[in-house]
Design a protein around this ligand. Sequence first.
Ligand code: NAP
Length: 263
Amino acid sequence: MDLGLKGRVAIVAAASKGLGRAAAETFAREGAEVAICARSSANLKKAAESIRTATGREVFHRELDVTNPKAVRDFVVAVEERFGSVDICVTNAGGPPAKKFLDISLDEWRAAVDLTLMSAVYFAREVLPRMQMRGWGRLLAITSVSVKQPIDNLLLSNSIRSAVTGLMRTLANEFGSSGITVNCICPGYTLTERLDELIGVQAKNAGLDREKILERLSTQVPLGRIGKPEEFAAMVAFLASERASYINGCSIPVDGGWVKSLL
Ligand code: NAP
């Protein structure tokens, strides 16, 4: 199937590693112009170089923190100047810390809101008017299966990602008539550094080794294994494509069947 992504301009936020990086590589493979950001310039360069080696395409990259609205604005402007438009935007950020309710300070709550919710607001504010002018756009948010089924100890994620889901669902209503679709993609357990970090926390709390925790997580998944970033990225590319033109306002899990609800 031709996804129709050739020549489209795609921003993927927080994309030097993990799910964002995998999405960026998939866009490049599909012939899109790709722009990525993250805080560490060394990791960004490494990601851009490895994507170029794998796909033959240059990746525009900029060091920034997604919690800084001015940096996000400047990045979007720079991408538009470089490629002429912004057609696709995937919002993403690092995951908030895994903690129980009484261990989370108010400052940590505020920081998590900035990281998870406000970063998506900053990108949406910049890209939606540009997409509206062109009458075409795809806004996608990387959230989590925690919006469908809360995960123990991931209180910040369970709470704030629901706000992102509410935001995106409302934007889908507001911008649909401009030819823009807005959807969320909810990763389940996927092998990235973030998962490795969570496995470390669980192993410490339970006094078990990491392999045992990995095995426990895998048995929660009907497919019996943890996902690969490229399996997640395939859904991102599809939802961003021409072929997904009638999919709007959804939150789609990519989790091997981990969420047990009917819908
Ligand atoms: P990851 O492997 O830790 O990668 C996170 C990426 O985000 C890195 O490139 C990191 O680069 C960048 N980043 C972090 N904070 C940033 C900031 N403030 N500004 C700009 N860039 C930032 O994480 P991942 O597994 O890809 O996860 C991506 C998102 O999906 C997270 O929110 C995570 O909680 C969520 N999620 C993941 C899973 C999973 O199993 N992997 C499951 C459910 C939900 P720098 O550190 O250099 O900035």
